[in-house]
Design a protein around this ligand. Structure first.
Ligand code: PEP
Ligand code: MN
Length: 344
């Protein structure tokens, strides 16, 4: 249920509603917007209904949230968009994030070269995997803690917030030492124990859509993180499996406006993993930005031909600045503020 307070409701009245919700064992999620405070009551519906909050002092109305995801729904924020602030960089609303860097942290030289290039080109955050989900157990699995150490160095040198994947809750502690955003990969989107752990940690989470997950399933994954009181969640479309075989995955750009209709959370797009081809990354990025995405997470490598992982799809660092300018222009079409100037 969602309790919408009157615009002149006092702090005591809000507090009293929260206390009453909690008195029946439900959770109260308060969200104070510019005009009104909305309290999401998550728990047994009948217990909450018995409180008869409608008519209580300061309460305007009580509305059921019909979607199975509650905290992720547009309704709970009363239509307001969530804006996350990560290491001084904003994402959501009019703020566009360009997250760029190599697929995998391979060496000090490779990571630092990529980090400086994307920083100078206008990226707002640095990506790089230290723990890699690989289809083959014989493939390179990432540098692990050494990769994290290198990411920390890249962050120190460039000032860029770091986005890196967490695959196993046992690695949470070392990952949290460097990550400004923890990426939950497509293959882990329904790893509910991992999602809850990231929720409890409070670290901003970037959740990628599973290869064959519906948008509702993606939103339910976000709900696991939000339910733990962690409000910093972004959703990422990265391509889904379809019958098409001409490229790797089908980048579902319809997901962008639809997710933004269903949820207040920032929606970003990964244009690298769907095509698996460098020449398709730019057109997909421009389409995503023009469709209203709140950001892009893209793979960039100093020498893609030597990359250990995902070489054919990684942009060259030398091409990044020009690419970023084009993305910025496409994002402007959808009403986003300049991010290159903001990063400089
Ligand atoms: C990645 O970002 O490098 C990655 C493995 O992504 P996904 O989980 O979308 O496959
Ligand atoms: Mn990759």
């Amino acid at each position: 249920m969602m309790i919408v307070m009157k615009s002149d409701a006092t702090e005591e009245q809000v507090h009293s509603v929260v206390e009453r919700i909690e008195s029946v064992g439900a959770r109260a999620h308060r969200s104070s917007g510019e005009e009104v405070t909305v309290i999401g009551a998550i728990g047994d519906r009948e217990h909450i209904a018995r409180l008869e909050l409608e008519g209580s002092p300061g309460v305007d109305r009580v509305v059921p949230i019909l979607k199975p995801y509650k905290l992720a729904s547009t309704q709970i924020r009363h239509g307001e968009r969530s804006v996350l602030e990560i290491g001084g960089r904003k994402i959501g609303g009019e703020h566009f994030a360009l997250i760029a860097g190599p697929c995998t942290v391979e060496s000090r030289d490779q990571l630092l070269t990529a980090a400086h290039a994307v920083n100078q080109g206008g990226a707002t955050m640095l990506r790089g995997g230290a723990y890699k989900p690989r289809t083959s157990p014989y493939a390179f699995q990432g540098l692990g803690t050494e990769g994290l150490r290198l990411l920390a160095e890249a962050k120190e040198q460039t000032g860029l917030p770091v986005v890196t994947e967490l695959m196993d809750a046992r690695d949470l502690e070392p990952v949290l030492e460097v990550a400004d955003v923890v990426q939950i990969g497509a293959r882990n989107m329904q790893n509910y124990a991992l999602l809850s752990e990231v929720g409890r940690s409070g670290v901003p989470a970037l959740i990628k859509r599973g290869l064959s997950s519906t948008l509702e399933e993606l939103l339910m994954a976000a709900e696991y993180v939000l339910k733990e009181g962690n409000e910093s969640v972004m959703l990422c479309e990265r391509g889904i499996r379809t019958f098409e075989t001409a490229y790797r995955f089908t980048l579902d750009l319809t997901a962008v406006p639809v997710l933004k209709e269903l949820s207040h959370l920032p929606v970003i797009v990964d244009p690298s993993h769907a095509p698996g081809r460098r020449d398709l990354v730019e057109p997909l990025s421009l389409a995503a930005a023009a469709a209203g995405a709140d950001g892009i997470i893209v793979e960039v490598h100093p020498q893609p031909e030597d990359a250990i992982c995902d070489g054919p799809q990684q942009l060259r660092t030398a091409d990044f600045a020009r690419y970023a300018q084009k993305v910025e222009a496409a994002a402007a079409v959808a009403g986003k503020a300049s991010f290159i100037a903001a990063a400089a």
